[in-house]
Design a protein around this ligand. Structure first.
Ligand code: PNS
Length: 150
């Protein structure tokens, strides 16, 4: 069974890394996929994000890291993905995750095999960490190394 963890990962945080570690035993392979969120302008260059995540998981043979343009569903099909993985930190994430999961399920069902989404709750100790918070800290010159998976 192959899963994909899609996201902007701008940057990839220790919260994201925790979701990956917890999802990994459930699957034969996990594709971490950097996509474009049309509502956000990236802060960190795409190749830096790719390299950082690849370096972090370099000893993990069950993980591959890719980037893609366009629809997440199309990238998932190319990689023979059966499930999406996403993390939920709080009730604030819930409706967003639900609508994305519903849309992806609907689109996938009308174009081939259904691809469903599995949600994992973020470790409560990491629930305050978000990429947008880290971008803000970075923007104001703070040291963000403790929040970023490196
Ligand atoms: O980490 P994010 O910003 O919440 O990730 C959002 C992302 C990149 C997964 C989402 O915006 C996305 O899937 N973008 C690609 C275009 C797409 O497929 N849109 C429909 C999603 S239902």
């Amino acid at each position: 069974m192959i899963a994909m963890f899609p996201g902007s990962f701008d940057p990839f945080t220790i919260g994201h890394a925790d979701i990956v570690r917890r999802a990994l035993p459930l699957f034969d392979h996990l594709v971490i996929a950097i996509g474009e969120n049309a509502a956000k302008t990236p802060c960190f260059p795409l190749n830096e994000r790719l390299e950082a995540i690849r370096a972090y998981f370099k000893n993990e043979s069950k993980i591959s890291v890719i980037s893609y343009d366009g629809l997440t569903i199309d990238a998932a099909r190319q990689h023979h993905v059966q499930y999406f993985i996403r993390g939920v930190r709080s009730v604030g994430d819930y409706e967003y995750e639900r609508s994305m999961a519903d849309a992806n399920r609907k689109i996938s069902a009308s174009t081939g095999e259904l691809i469903d989404t599995l949600l994992l709750y973020t470790d409560p100790q990491l629930a305050y960490i978000s990429s947008s918070l880290i971008r803000d800290l970075y923007h104001h010159g703070a040291d963000i190394t403790q929040f970023v998976a490196k």
